[in-house]
Design a binder for this molecule. Structure first.
Ligand SMILES: [Zn+2]
Length: 339
């Protein structure tokens, strides 16, 4: 037990002092997919004190190719990703306090969570959540590390409030596009590369060595053998709505919140109820069973198969409609079975 972190302490930029600082930190990871599982495992092995992981989804077979924390058993049981992740992470390092939250990272909650942590890691799969994360980071004043990958391509950048340009500053000038996963698929080395970039920056922040941060937006394509690092210091905008002098935090306003979202590469639509609810899954199971079709339930979610669609209902009221990318079709299915 005593020499658990000896190799990391021997690494002089960390040392025993840095190791202690890592232990006193709390990190929030948004997303428990490929990047989220990689980052969570790295932080837990490195001896982080507390980790909060948020994800809205459950484990599926198509995740196993690259989402390193999950097993076939998790996919069979349709375990929520954060629950499966927590189980695995505690088996790796039982001394870390791990908080698993099954939820959509929406504005209100994100602000609350952000106030309690020292650093946020972006492991989401969509642009909207990243922009919310960006605004929250500026408002609360804590750093976040952007990361994304698709195909054999990956990109990462570290945002320190009051110091670096924010993601909003870069959106118009730097190519961040092409990141829709339903068109290109993904290979795991691209994931691991982004995780490495994010986690080395995270360690620097956690031990307080900000001078060693990269200060560049880095991107690569492992299949095409391309690499680029863009110096972005000069791109900080005085009139940026997120980090400039007069801020409006546009992505934190209610109007910019979508109630429905087409999920990345999933042929699925998520519908979020307009007010916060708690679903009684047991009662719903009985109700749906009367309508025919197959109902399955675990403590966290209920799955109802009504071909060609399948509905997955979470306790917090969110519903995933599988089998369509069409929002109005998904809404029709939602109302037919769930009122
Ligand atoms: Zn900005």
């Amino acid at each position: 037990m005593n020499n658990r972190y000896s190799r990391q302490e021997l690494f002089s930029p960390i040392g025993k002092g840095g190791q202690e600082r890592i232990f006193n930190k709390h990190v929030l990871i948004i997303g428990a997919g490929a990047l989220g599982s990689g980052c969570a495992e790295a932080l837990v092995r490195a001896g982080i004190g507390k980790l909060t992981i948020v994800d809205r989804d459950y484990v599926e077979w198509s995740n196993l190719q690259r989402q390193q924390l999950y097993s076939e058993e998790d996919a069979k049981n349709r375990l929520p990703k954060v629950i499966a992740a927590k189980n695995r992470l505690l088996a790796i390092n039982s001394s870390v306090a791990i908080e698993a939250i099954i939820a959509d990272a929406s504005v209100l909650e994100l602000e609350d969570w952000a106030k309690k942590v020292n650093l946020m890691i972006d492991a989401t799969d969509n642009f909207e959540t990243r922009m919310i994360l960006n605004d929250v980071s500026q408002k609360v004043g804590i750093p976040w590390i952007y990361g994304a990958c698709v195909g054999s391509y990956g990109i990462s950048y570290t945002i320190i409030p009051e110091k670096t340009p924010c993601l909003s500053c870069l959106v118009e000038t730097v190519p961040l596009g092409g990141l829709t996963c339903d068109t290109a698929g993904i290979i795991s080395p691209a994931v691991n590369m982004v995780v490495s970039y994010q986690m080395s920056e995270a360690l620097k922040i956690l031990v307080g060595d900000l001078d060693s941060l990269r200060n560049k937006l880095v991107s690569f394509d492992l299949w095409k053998n391309q690499y680029s690092a863009i110096q972005v210091d000069k791109l900080k905008k005085v009139d940026c709505p997120s980090c400039g002098k007069e801020r409006s935090y546009p992505f934190l306003s209610f109007e910019n919140q979508t109630k429905t979202a087409v999920l990345c590469g999933r042929d699925s639509v998520q519908i979020r109820p307009s007010s916060q609810t708690v679903r009684d899954l047991e009662a719903l199971e009985q109700l749906l069973a009367k309508q025919g079709g197959t109902v399955q339930r675990n403590p966290y979610l209920l799955s109802y198969s009504a071909p060609p669609h399948r509905l997955v209902v979470f306790k917090d009221g969110r519903v995933l409609v599988h089998g369509t990318k069409d929002i109005s079709e998904a809404k029709a299915v939602y109302h037919r079975y769930l009122g």
